[in-house]
Design a protein around this ligand. Sequence first.
Ligand SMILES: *Cc1c(COP(=O)(O)O)cnc(C)c1O
Length: 358
Amino acid sequence: MTRYRDTYAKVRLDYIKENVETLYKKTKKPMVAIIKANAYGHGYKEVASVLKDESIIQMFAVATLKEAVDLRDLGVKQDILVLGAIPLEDLDIAIKKNISLALFSFDYLNKINEMHHYDAPVKVHLSIDSGMNRIGFKTEKEFEKAMEMIDSSKIDVEGIFTHFATADDFSQDDEYEKQLALFKSIVGNNRFKYIHCDNSAAMMFHHSDYGNLTRIGIAMYGVDPRGEENSDLKQAMSLYTKVAMVKVVPKGEKIGYGMTYTADEDQYIATLPIGYADGFTRANQGREVYINGHYYPVVGRVCMDQCMVKVDENVKPGDDVEIFGEHISLAKMAKEINTIPYEIICLISPRVERIYEK
Ligand SMILES: *Cc1c(COP(=O)(O)O)cnc(C)c1O
């Protein structure tokens, strides 16, 4: 396969399947596989392809209607849920493709009733805002009012869910407990086909048995939701490039835009064909990459398509470079650039080809 460039992401689809099985052992509950944002950068069509015949996966959840429609066209038979708002001009597409929507406000509910022109009802999951203040109905009163306003010929309530804001942070256990208690009290004795609240962190680190589905995103990709190392999971994505050029920069010369780095001795500098347009952000200045068994720092500013690394005489053009992977975990990288692994993988841009291994 022609790749056209030396920068690529390797995605181990077999690891994703293994992680799903590892996680399933904990709760034995069917899962919602969260494959929004191009499956956290891993490629949603490819990830869905390996999970669509997996009996543990009851449902897929996405962020946009486009992703949902693409999954149907791929032959996905499981339920598909869009977690956020869609433009309701497209409501009939959702119904026709048997795609479920999150129902999260009175305004959205009224618009669904108004925009509904199809001869089957739209399937929805009621979103309960138990404390995060993102989307959803906030109180028992709002919940009851929403249920009353639902015209069952137009809306079929298939499920109810909430989302935790602090399940990954033990110092805020009380907030998690409050959210869970509120969600439970709102659901009360009402019957729903699907009741779900656990994201990766809630499922892995809390022991509530509430709900009949878990919603798993980051852990499925083999990354701990707290941004810690976790040997129970297998990180599915790694990012590589190759050395494009090596030269000796004489003492006193400067490197990169703004000339922010000065060689304090004659030194070997390698140029890599990866930059912030690949998602290798400028925050990586000063961080290390892995070449031939050694770690070398990025010096000077990261450019759009290239960056420079201080190396030694052992590094040659064409040598493989690991940006993250077996020797540099996403957890470590995220800490060093003051972000979370989620953001790093979502930002790996489309021009970085994903190479799949089954
Ligand atoms: C993204 C998302 C998830 C998945 O969260 P992870 O921490 O990746 O497991 C679950 N539920 C909702 C509503 C989400 O938006």
